[in-house]
Design a protein around this ligand. Structure first.
Ligand code: 13P
Length: 253
């Protein structure tokens, strides 16, 4: 079985003190320490200002570091933006693109996501591209079309198994405590893999699940064969919950 991947998305939370004490607590909770090849598949997407400070602590434990976004452009007069090259300089190896919060609050389109994905690939980062439907799209029966557009309009032909992960995050499941049924998750992941494979020949996409995943439901969701890992928001902010989720990854059970 290939190793599943766990991504913590801290969103705009935390302080520098939080960052430092988090990894001390996590270290005490995750026992025994993980083998480097396992730890590498656990990724912490921290806010930009803390990435550099976290680099040493994370890498020393073998965990990977991720950014929550990157600019759609290489460099230049883009005030406030952070480029993929800057992330890479900071020890980051993964980057989230197209999170639904950025799509809805900042109007990020599939076309912008495409530019960001291309930038990330050019700088050697692994992209975690987030897709998913709103509740009204689901109720209208538009799930497949929404996912198809998000995939077709944003995934450049440079996608490979290694450089791009897809994260299925139904918008209505994010931060709500609601999740699709296990059958729904399995079925939608299968659909996403098929859509991605028909858009980019030879692309065998790994698909992570995100949306109210926590220490209580992680075991059954992560055990699903079409689920290649998880993207965790709220629960990842508590080291003791994150440690439990880590312990529930199939290879650690
Ligand atoms: P929650 O786990 O808080 O629902 O957030 C999911 C998410 O948006 C991760 O990117």
């Amino acid at each position: 079985m290939s190793s599943k991947i766990l991504i913590a998305n801290w969103k705009m939370n935390g302080t520098l003190d939080f960052c430092f004490s988090y990894f001390e607590s996590l270290g005490k909770e995750v026992a025994p320490p993980m083998l480097p090849e396992r730890a590498r598949n656990i990724v912490f997407c921290a806010p930009f200002p803390y990435l550099f400070a976290l680099q040493g602590r994370l890498l020393e434990k073998g965990y990977s570091l991720g950014g929550q976004d990157c600019a759609a452009y290489d460099a230049g007069a883009y005030t406030g933006e952070v480029s993929a090259a800057m992330l890479s300089d900071t020890g980051v190896s993964y980057v989230l693109v197209g999170h639904s919060e950025r799509r809805s609050y900042l109007g990020e389109s599939n076309e912008i996501c495409r530019l960001k994905i291309q930038q990330a690939h050019d700088k050697g980062l692994t992209v975690i591209y987030c897709i998913g439907e709103t509740l009204s799209q689901r109720k209208e029966g538009a799930l497949e079309n929404v996912l198809k557009e998000q995939i077709q309009d944003a995934l450049p032909k440079s996608v490979t198994y290694e450089n791009t992960l897809l994260a299925y995050e139904p918008v209505w499941a994010i931060g709500t405590g609601q999740t699709p049924t296990l059958e729904d998750i399995e079925e939608t992941h299968m659909l996403i893999k098929a859509l991605a494979g028909s858009h980019c020949k030879n692309y065998s996409a790994r698909v992570l699940y995100g949306g109210s995943l926590n220490e209580k439901n992680a075991r059954e969701i992560l055990a699903l064969s079409k689920v290649d890992g998880a993207l965790v928001g709220g629960a990842s902010l508590k080291p003791e919950k994150m440690a439990q989720i880590i312990s529930l990854m199939p290879e650690n059970v």
